[in-house]
Design a protein around this ligand. Structure first.
Ligand SMILES: Nc1ncnc2c1ncn2[C@@H]1O[C@H](COP(=O)(O)OP(=O)(O)O)[C@@H](O)[C@H]1O
Ligand SMILES: [Mg+2]
Length: 253
């Protein structure tokens, strides 16, 4: 059974079909990419899978269980993590605290008041801080842990987003344009980071315009165009697909 199954998923905004009857399956342990021109529906597809937007139609199944329309925090508990195309950073909080927020999204808030002031909470916070440090080391921000996050360079914010998503211990990690706005050195670092995350057993779905990155890391590529799925297959099959070349790769490469 595939980890995630998307079946005839649709979302219309007013009259616009942002995602139109899209179906695909994601195999666990693989790196998948979603490519397509601006406005193709890539971010909306992520929003539908992560619960930020409710579908107009269709189904999403995780490990065979219907998760269509569940709230984002429920889906985070089920193991779906994401980063945002525009970094969603709390500028006044420290870099480490931004990562700890990603962990706390998974704690049961109903229990927090009764736990406050108890040694168990101190221990949990210490453990969260130590875990944040490990994740920051992994994304190359270990030295920045105590700095205000608002002072980070853009490329560092993109990596902080990934560390925060990892703090929720996702099985499925959705990364929306992690290399956008990065220079070639930073893009190479992100490429290596994605490969390390996948090697650790996390199933990754990437939205990305950098075709070198996409072709370097992807086991499977889904091509969207005007909300519809144009093709999906291995990187080699997509690269050779005449419809994909005509619609997208021809201009992008
Ligand atoms: N919240 C929204 N309200 C209205 N239209 C939206 C909204 N989000 C996306 N769209 C529209 O849906 C289409 C797909 O957008 P998007 O998913 O952001 O594409 P991509 O990420 O591939 O660039 C676009 O036409 C966009 O304008
Ligand atoms: Mg987008």
């Amino acid at each position: 059974m595939s980890l995630l199954e998307v079946q005839s998923l649709s979302k219309t905004f007013g009259g616009v079909a942002a995602v139109a009857e899209v179906s695909f399956e994601l195999e666990a342990g693989h790196v998948h990419s979603v490519i397509g021109p601006n406005g193709a529906g890539k971010t909306t597809l992520f929003n539908l899978i992560a619960g930020a937007v409710r579908p107009s139609g269709g189904k999403v199944r995780l490990d065979g269980a219907d998760i269509t329309g569940l709230a984002p925090h429920v889906l985070a508990e089920r193991g779906i993590g994401r980063s945002f195309q525009t970094p969603q950073i709390f500028a006044a909080m420290s870099v480490a605290e931004n990562v700890m927020v990603g962990r706390h999204l998974r704690l049961d808030r109903r229990l927090l008041p009764s736990l406050l002031g108890m040694p168990a909470v101190d221990r949990a916070n210490r453990a969260a801080r130590e875990r944040a440090q490990l994740l920051l080391d992994q994304v190359g921000l270990g030295q920045e842990a105590d700095r205000p996050a608002g002072g980070l360079a853009y490329g560092a914010m993109k990596r902080l987003e990934i560390a925060r998503a990892l703090a929720g211990d996702p099985r499925l990690l959705l990364l929306d344009e992690p290399a956008a706005g990065l220079n070639p050195t930073e893009t190479a670092e992100i490429t290596a980071l994605i490969q390390a995350i996948a090697a650790a057993g996390v199933t990754v779905v990437l939205v990305e315009h950098d075709m070198r990155l996409v072709m370097a890391v992807s086991d499977h590529i889904i091509v969207l165009d005007s909300g519809r799925k144009l093709a999906d297959g291995t990187a080699a099959a997509i690269r050779a697909d005449p419809a994909v070349i005509a619609a997208y790769l021809g201009q992008a490469q």
